[in-house]
Every structure is written in structure tokens, then in C-alpha cells.
Design a protein around this ligand. Structure first.
Ligand code: ARG
Length: 589
């Protein structure tokens, strides 16, 4: 289905041509004076310069040439100094609503080219508990993945675990100190290692912070951890065996956590999976003469003359041979190229890592690992702060665990539901989970990703204002009207939508009509907050329509049925959008 803006623009193109002007001037945009019109075309202003005429004369000629007879426009007016103000005809808009309701994906057009897109998000580190720092990556990344899929692309989400770094050596050495009798530490051990992990997840979670703290005061311990990491990376079997246990125990816990966020990944790859590709990487870089020696390390110089700030060389290999962050990202890119030939890469990572990605992307292109024209997008996000404006902490000042954060939100929502409602406890608990997740995700996604934002539970869980629960509340309200209508047998659903009878109804339709344009824009700009803005406005318009209109008691059966069809379409649009954002609505709340 053509976007409504395009339909209008096509009509105006004909008019510009008929009046003797280039059709390229016929751009139609949303009105910036909603009191005067719904849409506008400013093309006559630009054309005036090219044709050396007065803008208003051109605008008048175009309006005359439009000769639309009220079919698409109920108003097309040339106003000083040369704008063309437009209002859509109610009949045209109503038919557009009907078509949307019938169409696959609400009429969204398939992309010109179906792309294979890698979204790298989550980025959890094995053996370290998920904390709020990983929350944003998971929430934004999941939305980007769903949005790309909805647009019609093949999107592959990869969690890209941190599973190859120093934390592994720290855990191994801490384990040695605690349980020296384990066979992994016995150089004379022969035969296979135990099937069972030498720790539970709660032990593991306690081991890492302890080891990390120890390494800060105990130099010798730190050196041992470095050495153990290196040995692990070089393939020392006893350490590989421990490492496999760490991964298994930790990943099953991570999966539980991501599941409670309704976040899923197609690939559970990690930095370690890049390891087999490193020799190839070095070979490519050497072949291209890109590797340079610098202070005992191998680097690729990536600075460009056009850089406005310093871009340091990308560190590929240090003298001790330990794996480096950039090296493993480059190895991963080789793997992704071999496995998927992606048309686009999107990395959803803390914006403080931007320089790392600038370097990695440049090396990938200079080395010809990724085609010059393939977009590599860094979607960097800001920090989640507490009300004090500092990075979010627990009340005791520690790093907030994700599980606990979710638990606290669910509890707050639960209390709110129990306060004013008489649903039973079990239902309230279930609903609280659904609403809590919406509060959390919407609270994040409604901000521009790159900006820091303040995590404010009280605001996020409010049923009023620009919040997830408000959107859900609106959907639940529509669901309840629809089920009452069905009960009363008052539906008489023909699917027919009549031309809007009032301003509120039309304004609701106009907002619905923007759906495809908004989704495409949000995808192009990688901007989930645009979807939030859109549904917030849609929910507002629905609620004021609902406030002013007797839907179920409308006497005219045709009108009543039309209302029902319209609000049911509103619900579909809202539900489609929240699904893309990554949450769902309950039946009641
Ligand atoms: N594990 C990293 C961290 O916690 C994030 C990984 C981001 N993705 C990537 N391809 N480097 O900082």
C-alpha cells in the first residue's frame, strides 16, 4: 500500500506538471500549522526561484491544476507567501483506513531490497551477573531487531558474549585457591575431567567479584590470572574444561534473565568464537601491508586527514599474544562475512565504546573484509542514571542486578494494581509482570538512545502521561469496548469505515494513516523513540475521541459498526507497535 504522503505527493506532481513546473517540487509534508491545515506543500516557494515568478502565483496555478473535485482533498488552498495548505477528504481517508485494516502489516510496503542484517546486542559478560548497564543494549537491540524484521529484512541477532577475557583467568585462579584438590589443577591428572561443574551459579557469581577485588590488591594473584587467561586462550585443556563449565552454567542463567526481559537471540556466539579466525585476520592485514609495529605491538593506523578528533591506531596484537577486544571483533566480522554475507551491521553498545568501533569498522573496510558500501552502524546509547543524575545504583550504593531491578518494578506495579482494583492476587501478579516490563522498556525506548536518561520507577509505572502503562491502558480500554460490543451482539461488523463525523474522529484517522511512514522513519534513523512518540500521540487521540463519542450506545447501526472497526484498527496499530518495541498488553489491568 502506498504511504498516504506519497499518494498526496503523486497527485501534486501531476498538478505541478500540468501547470508547467517540474514535478520534483511537489513534496508534501505534515502541516506545522495544524490549526490551518493537515498537510502542506512548500514547493512553490522553491520553484519561484527557479522560474523567476512569485511563489503565490505558482501556488495558485498548481491549486487550479489540481482540479481534484474533493476526491482526495477537502481543501487545497494557496496562501501567502506561497504555501499550499491541504486537508484530506473524509471519504478518501475512511477508504484508506479500510484498506489498512485489510492489508498485510497494515499496508507497510516490502523493502526494495531484502537485506541480511546482523544486530550485535546484549553483550553480556560470562560469569558476571547481568546488571543495568546491559539492560539498555538488550532492550534497544531487541527493538531494532524486531523493527528490521517487521520491515521485511532477514535480521540475525547475536548476543556476542564476553567469554574470552581476563575474568576467566581470575575465576580459574580463585578456584585454584579455594579448591586446589580439583583435578584441573593436578598436572598429573590423566583422563577426562568431571562432567559436573565445580560450582553452582550462585557460587560463580560470588567467585568473580571476590577474585576481581583480590586482583586489585594482590599483584601476584593478578599475574597468575593473566597467565591463566593466556593459557586458556592457547588451548590448555584443563583450563578449557573449567571454561566450558563456566560458560554452560553462566549461559543458562543469562538465558533465564533475557527471557524475563522477553529478549531473544538467534546466535549465542561469543568473543571466543572469533579465535579461530584470528590467523586469517593477521594474514589479510599482512597481505595488505596494513600491520605496523609500534612499541612492541602490532597496530593498524586508521586515522584520516578529515578526522576532527584524534583516532588512535587500532591495536591488533600485543607482545604477549593475549586476545584483544578489537582483534576479536574483527575476527567475528570475518566469521559473519563467511556465514551470512550481511548487507548491514548494527552494533548496539554503550556510546563510550564509540572509538573502539570507529577503529574496528575502519580496519574492516581498509582490509576489504567488509565491502566499502556495506553500512556498519554504531548505535551507541547513553547511561541510565538515578534520580541524583549519577549512574544508577542500588539504595546501598552497589551495582544493581537486573533481576532485582525487574523485581522492584513488578512489585511497584503490583501495589498500584491492588490499590484501585479488585482483581485477585494471582491475576494481579501476572498483570504486574506484563505491565512492569512495558514500564521498563518504554521508559528506556521513549528516550533518544544516545542520550542519558533518568530511571524513575514512579514515573515509568504511572498510568498517565508518556509511559508504557498508559499505552497498555489504552489498549485494554479498547479491548474492553470490543468485548462489550461482541457480548451485546452489537458488532454487526462489516468492516466498513464511514467518513469521520467529527474532528476528533478525523484526527484519530490521520494519526493512524501515518503508520508506515513512522515505521520506515524509525528504522532508517534507528530511532525507537519515534515509535513511542507516535503511539503516545495515537493513544491521546484515541482517548479524546473515546471521551467525546458514545460508541456502544450509538443508535445508527452503520455508524456504530464503523466506530467499532475504527477502534479495532487503532488497537491493531498500537499492538503492532508495542510488539516491535518488545512488549505486549494484558487483557485487563
Ligand atoms: N561485552 C562487552 C561489554 O560488556 C560488550 C560487547 C559489545 N559488542 C561487541 N561486538 N563488541 O562491554
Amino acid at each position: 500500500m502506498k504511504k498516504i504522503l506519497d499518494l498526496m505527493e503523486n497527485r501534486l506532481k501531476q498538478a505541478f506538471e500540468a501547470a508547467g513546473y517540474e514535478s520534483s517540487y511537489a513534496k508534501v509534508v505534515l502541516s506545522n500549522r495544524p490549526d490551518l491545515c493537515e498537510y502542506q506543500c512548500n514547493g512553490a516557494m522553491a520553484a519561484a526561484k527557479a522560474y523567476h515568478k512569485k511563489p503565490i502565483d505558482i501556488a495558485n496555478q498548481v491549486v487550479e491544476a489540481l482540479g481534484d473535485g474533493g476526491e482526495m482533498f477537502s481543501m487545497a488552498q494557496a496562501v501567502m507567501p506561497g504555501f499550499i495548505n491541504l486537508k484530506l477528504a473524509e471519504g478518501f481517508l475512511a477508504r484508506y483506513m479500510e484498506e489498512m485494516a485489510e492489508a498485510y502489516k497494515l499496508g507497510l510496503e516490502e523493502p526494495e531490497k531484502k537485506e541480511t542484517i546482523i544486530v550485535d546486542y546484549g553483550g553480556a559478560n560470562v560469569a558476571k551477573p547481568l546488571h543495568v548497564g546491559h539492560l539498555r543494549s538488550a532492550v534497544i537491540g531487541e527493538c531494532v531487531k524486531r523493527l528490521g524484521t517487521f520491515m521485511g529484512h532477514q535480521v540475525i541477532g547475536d548476543v556476542h558474549l564476553g567469554d574470552w577475557g581476563l575474568q576467566m583467568g581470575l575465576i580459574i585462579e580463585e578456584l585454584r585457591d579455594r579448591k586446589p584438590e580439583l583435578p584441573y589443577f593436578d598436572p598429573n591428572h590423566t583422563g577426562p575431567y568431571p562432567e559436573e561443574a565445580p560450582f553452582t551459579i550462585s557460587e560463580l557469581e560470588e567467585i568473580y567479584p571476590a577474585a576481581s577485588a583480590k586482583s586489585k590488591t594482590d599483584e601476584a594473584f593478578k599475574d597468575r590470572a593473566h597467565e591463566a587467561t593466556l593459557k586458556l586462550q592457547q588451548g590448555y585443556e584443563p583450563f578449557r574444561a573449567i571454561w566450558r563449565h563456566i560458560i554452560r552454567v553462566s549461559v543458562s542463567d543469562l538465558k533465564k534473565n533475557y527471557q524475563s526481559l522477553d529478549v531473544t537471540f538467534d546466535l549465542w556466539k561469543g568473543e571466543s568464537d572469533a579465535d579461530p579466525y584470528i590467523p586469517k585476520l593477521i594474514e589479510i592485514l599482512e597481505g595488505k601491508g596494513l600491520l605496523k609495529e609500534s612499541q612492541g605491538a602490532m597496530v593498524v593506523e586508521v586515522a584520516k586527514d578529515t578526522d576532527t578528533k584524534e583516532v588512535p591506531p587500532c591495536l591488533i596484537r600485543k607482545s604477549d599474544g593475549a586476545a584483544l577486544y578489537a582483534t576479536s571483533d574483527l575476527g567475528t566480522i570475518i566469521e559473519r562475512e563467511e556465514d551470512f554475507h550481511p548487507d548491514r551491521y548494527i552494533y548496539v553498545v554503550d556510546k563510550r565504546q564509540e572509538m573502539h568501533f570507529v577503529q574496528v569498522f575502519r580496519v574492516a573496510k581498509m582490509a576489504g573484509i567488509v565491502k566499502e558500501e556495506t553500512p556498519m552502524i554504531f548505535l551507541g546509547f547513553g547511561t541510565m542514571n538515578g534520580k541524583d543524575g549519577k549512574p544508577f545504583k542500588t539504595r546501598e550504593g552497589g551495582v544493581m542486578r537486573l533481576e532485582r531491578l525487574i523485581g522492584e518494578i513488578d512489585e511497584a506495579v503490583y501495589e498500584r494494581i491492588m490499590e484501585n482494583r479488585t482483581v485477585d492476587e494471582e491475576e494481579a501478579r501476572k498483570t504486574a509482570k506484563i505491565v512492569g516490563l512495558a514500564a521498563l522498556k518504554y521508559g528506556d525506548l521513549s528516550n533518544q538512545a544516545a542520550k542519558d536518561y533518568v530511571f524513575d520507577v514512579d514515573r515509568f509505572i504511572s498510568f498517565e502521561g508518556n509511559t508504557g502503562p498508559y499505552i497498555l491502558y489504552t489498549i485494554v480500554r479498547i479491548k474492553s469496548i470490543l468485548s462489550k460490543a461482541a457480548e451485546a451482539g452489537a458488532v454487526g461488523q462489516t468492516g466498513e469505515i464511514l467518513p469521520a463525523a467529527g474532528a476528533g474522529e478525523k484526527s484519530l484517522m490521520l494519526q493512524i494513516a501515518r503508520f508506515s511512514e513512522v515505521m520506515e522513519g524509525a528504522f532508517e534513523e534507528m530511532a525507537p523513540h519515534k515509535i513511542c512518540q507516535y503511539i503516545y500521540e495515537l493513544a491521546n487521540r484515541f482517548n479524546s475521541f473515546y471521551h467525546d463519542t458514545k460508541i456502544l450506545t450509538e443508535e445508527d447501526a452503520g455508524r456504530r459498526s464503523s466506530y467499532i472497526a475504527l477502534i479495532s484498527l487503532t488497537k491493531t496499530v498500537l499492538e503492532t507497535c508495542i510488539h516491535v518495541l518488545g512488549f505486549e498488553a494484558p487483557d485487563r489491568m
